[in-house]
Design a protein around this ligand. Structure first.
Ligand code: AVJ
Ligand code: FE
Length: 382
């Protein structure tokens, strides 16, 4: 096999000191944001589509408030355009569960706000300059991440934009395992270029040999799991997973078949960590650790196939690497560290190119299924 970079990834960290294309990146991600909401009626944008998700108008206002805070206020030293809205659009002051009841901007008001902030931010870029680019990159990536969140809302609501295009990409992919020998590995993002705080510092680890599946688990295989009593056989489930499954009467992936035929050869999506964990046990396998995942995905001997269709659950709880320093946005990672959240690796069909990276760490609670997440199996070498 010819060594090559895994498909679907941006080139490795760029030097961000000089960044002529930041303005273009801001315009590009904004065009995507607006395209997501363009087909929807004002009532669809203003309502809570799902108890887990914000109204889409809230996402729009939050994107603007974030840009105003980090670019205009912190970087440019200007006043906020709407200081009265700061708390309402702060994700911590106003958690998702209460976002339906608060006076967030709706309709034309939020479109005016998002455009008004953008005008100020571009002025800061031209007058003050990008600095080292970090805050602009943070703001662009924040909006890109919210695009994926908004697509999750669209998925749950059955609205356009929540599902990948029908046509499968690429030809058939071989099943089977990739054997990765024991060895040392540098985990995380290096010191240059943009990375989120939780990806640093890069540090050396030693991994025992392991096997990892060449491709993610498909819908077809998941179907066999269902038919073989996957959701009924207690021995495959963790205690926590079983009580979650029983309480919510889970019998298949979220939205499974709701949008037409299930494509047997595509990666399964919208399964929780609990389901992924049970599935792995049914196969005599396990989920990979995030270190295994990152090592395998950057290993040039034999690339992992089909990265980039669905996020991949790992066994790893979300925590800081040794020597972690929160920067610059303290609430991005640190407040989620602990054993509640599980790390997901890779990216999904809904992840914008700019935020795709083999060192990127996503996280969610083990019961969550709104995320475009699937499963890649791993095994010990015995
Ligand atoms: C990295 C996707 C887990 O949505 O909670 C957006 C990204 N942080 N605004 C999230 C994020 C603040 C974050 N995830
Ligand atoms: Fe946010």
């Amino acid at each position: 096999m010819i060594a090559r970079k895994p498909p679907g990834y941006a080139p490795p960290a760029m030097a961000i000191a000089a960044h002529p294309e930041l303005g273009d990146a801001m315009r590009d991600v904004r065009a995507r944001t607006l395209a997501l909401v363009a087909p929807l009626e004002p009532e669809e944008l203003a309502r809570v589509q799902h108890p887990l998700m914000s109204p889409l108008d809230w996402d729009l206002g939050h994107i603007a408030a974030y840009e105003d805070l980090w670019i205009v206020h912190r970087h440019g030293g200007g006043e906020l355009l709407r200081p009265d809205l700061a708390d309402l659009y702060d994700a911590f002051e106003t958690p998702r569960a209460v976002r339906g009841e608060i006076p967030f901007l709706r309709g034309q008001d939020v479109l005016d706000y998002i455009a008004g902030v953008r005008e100020r931010a571009l002025e800061v870029l031209s007058q003050v300059g990008p600095g080292d680019g970090t805050l602009f990159e943070l703001v662009v990536r924040h909006e890109a991440q919210h695009n994926e969140t908004m697509r999750q809302t669209l998925f749950l609501a059955g609205l356009p934009g929540g599902r990948p295009a029908r046509a499968p990409r690429g030809g058939p992919v071989a099943d089977g395992w990739i054997d990765v020998p024991a060895g040392r590995f540098e985990l995380g993002a290096g010191p240059d270029g943009f990375a989120f705080d939780n990806e640093r510092p890069r540090h050396r680890i030693e991994l025992p040999a392991f096997r990892i599946a060449r491709r993610p688990v498909t819908n077809g295989t998941w179907m066999h799991f269902c038919e073989g009593g996957g959701y009924e056989r207690r021995e495959w489930w963790s205690d926590e997973g079983w009580s979650w499954k029983q309480e919510y009467d889970i019998t298949h992936p979220e939205g499974w078949g709701a949008d037409g035929p299930i494509h047997a050869d595509r990666p399964v999506m919208h399964v929780s960590w609990f389901e992924a964990d049970a599935f792995a046990r049914s196969q005599g396998a396990r989920l990979p650790t995030e270190a295994e995942w990152e090592m395998a995905s950057t290993w040039t001997q034999e690339p992992l196939a089909q990265i980039g269709e669905a996020w991949e659950w790992t066994t790893s709880p979300f925590g800081g690497y040794p020597g972690f320093v929160a920067h610059p946005y303290r609430e991005y990672s640190e407040v989620f560290f602990g054993d509640r959240y599980r790390v997901l690796r890779g990216c999904s069909w809904a992840t914008e190119q700019r935020v795709r990276s083999p060192t990127f760490r996503n996280w969610d609670l083990p019961q969550r299924r709104q995320i475009f997440a699937g499963v890649r199996l791993a095994k010990d070498v015995t």
